[in-house]
Ligand binder design. Structure first.
Ligand code: GRF
Length: 232
């Protein structure tokens, strides 16, 4: 069984997509905890409703990034995850933290990296007038949004799109892309290492869109429904 810890800061819809896929597809993995960088992150309540352990290491309780990183590191040391999954985690982690957890951290970013790193990616995409936008899952290195790309989901930019509409389309793709990549990691099809990513056998296509997502089931309604049994 691989142990995942999901780090969040806000809403937590990616976390829910991951928890749902882990449960419904019987991954040989468990979510040891969902850890938020804010105690008021709505994701914590969603995690509890799913029967998951939910913890907060609130960045506002610490004087600087190094102190926050240290506290987060202590929390993770207790949980001892095989994989640290950043899912809407809005804090920049320091180099020392990343080095200490090298080869065990993945992130999802809402753009087709290397295009539009940083914040407000949908606004950036609309301003640039691109025809295609999307999301990227990548290994985390000290380079912000710059670690090795594992897979990307492409969505079209449609006439009349505004930030909200485009964000919604990208988010739906994220909910399919991230669980798929985690499944590859858990099943050992993909390994992260200090030197980059490596595939066991033939790598899958790096770009996804439309029908390539077929294997993943639809998400449950995050506003209610049956809670998942505890996986921790
Ligand atoms: C997602 O778009 C993710 O790519 C970005 O922040 C957003 C988080 O959404 N890093 P959620 O908290 O998973 O709903």
């Amino acid at each position: 069984m691989r142990k995942l810890v999901v780090l969040v800061s806000g809403r937590g819809s990616n976390m829910q997509a991951i928890a749902s896929a882990c449960h419904t597809q019987n991954w040989p993995a468990s979510i040891a905890a969902v850890v938020a960088s804010r105690r008021d992150a709505p994701a914590l309540e969603s995690a509890r409703r799913l029967g998951l352990v939910a913890r907060a290491v609130d960045h506002r309780d610490f004087a600087d990034r190094a102190a926050f990183d240290e506290a987060l590191g202590r929390c993770l040391a207790e949980l001892a995850p095989d994989l640290i999954v950043l899912a809407g985690f809005m804090r920049i982690l320091g180099d020392a933290f990343i080095e200490r957890h090298a080869g065990r951290i993945v992130n999802i970013h809402p753009s087709l990296l290397p295009a539009f790193p940083g914040l407000h990616t949908h606004r950036q995409a609309l301003a640039a007038g691109v025809a295609a936008h999307g999301a990227t899952v990548h290994a985390v290195t000290a380079a912000l949004d710059g670690g090795p790309i594992i897979a990307q989901a492409v969505v079209p930019v449609l006439p009349g799109d505004d930030e909200a509409r485009l964000a919604e389309r990208v988010l739906a793709a994220e909910h399919r892309l991230y669980p798929q990549v985690l499944q590859w990691l858990i099943e050992g099809r993909l390994t992260l290492g200090a030197a980059g990513i490596s595939w066991c056998g033939q790598p899958p296509p790096r770009l996804f869109g439309g029908a390539s997502f077929e294997p993943l089931p639809p998400l449950p309604d995050p506003s209610g429904g049956e809670p998942l049994p505890p996986t921790a």
